[in-house]
Design a protein around this ligand. Sequence first.
Ligand code: FE2
Length: 287
Amino acid sequence: MSSSGLSGTRRVERAVPGMPASDGAGVRLNRLIGRPGLADLDPFLMLDEFRSDSACDYIAGFPDHPHRGFETVTYMLAGRMRHGDNKGNSGLLRPGSVQWMTAGRGIVHSEMPEQEDGLMWGFQLWVNLPATDKMMAPRYQNIEPEAIPVIDLPGGAQAKVIAGRLGNIEGAVQAIATDPTYFDVSLPASGRFRHTLPADYTAFLYPFEGTIEVGQGDDPRTLERGRIGVLSSGDTIVVAARGNAPARLLLVAGRPLREPIAKYGPFVMNTQAQIVQAIQDYNSGRF
Ligand code: FE2
């Protein structure tokens, strides 16, 4: 079956390395989406990996800042981060925690490390909202590590189903407009994982441990740690650990919105007028 049509196995269309960046009050991170060369990947607006065991890279954290018009998804692998917002919500993200925050019409929050040394490692993904939901009431789904289904697959692979569906298992995060899939997949040496998705959904892979091979037949593509693999359309994803070593990756997919994007820092709307409104609303304390 052709890999270029809507059915068939997805292949890596682009392999893009991360770009060192600094955000918040000076947190050093690796920006994979939302950077020159990969400005967005509809419906995904940004993907950052933060990973450091040097406190000076993360200790300043992300003090109070606003968001409007999209969702922020934080997934912690190591370390502790305290979250608080202007609606009185507060919570602790610990290793394995997920916070899916729908900013909607506006929230002002902070994300501060709750440790002074040791490894801090995790991801933040920004997911766009459709025009009809951009001004919805803010909403959180705070998922404790124990609440994320872990599926053992034939051949020794294991998948944490943060969002989306694997077989008859529903992910921990529910009812998101872009129908996202967000899996953390662990592969043993030469282990393999196969997954089917709507053929026209946007999808990417991000190996954060080891090296993976994507696709099958005579044209598999190698993806090393730290490179995001943007996938072609197709209904099937096939990924294998390469080099006689285990690997671990994010598999993320979602329904593209195909709507205009007007973006200004932490505000992501459809028009410039809505951005001006967001800035006015924020400055006059209406968030
Ligand atoms: Fe934030």
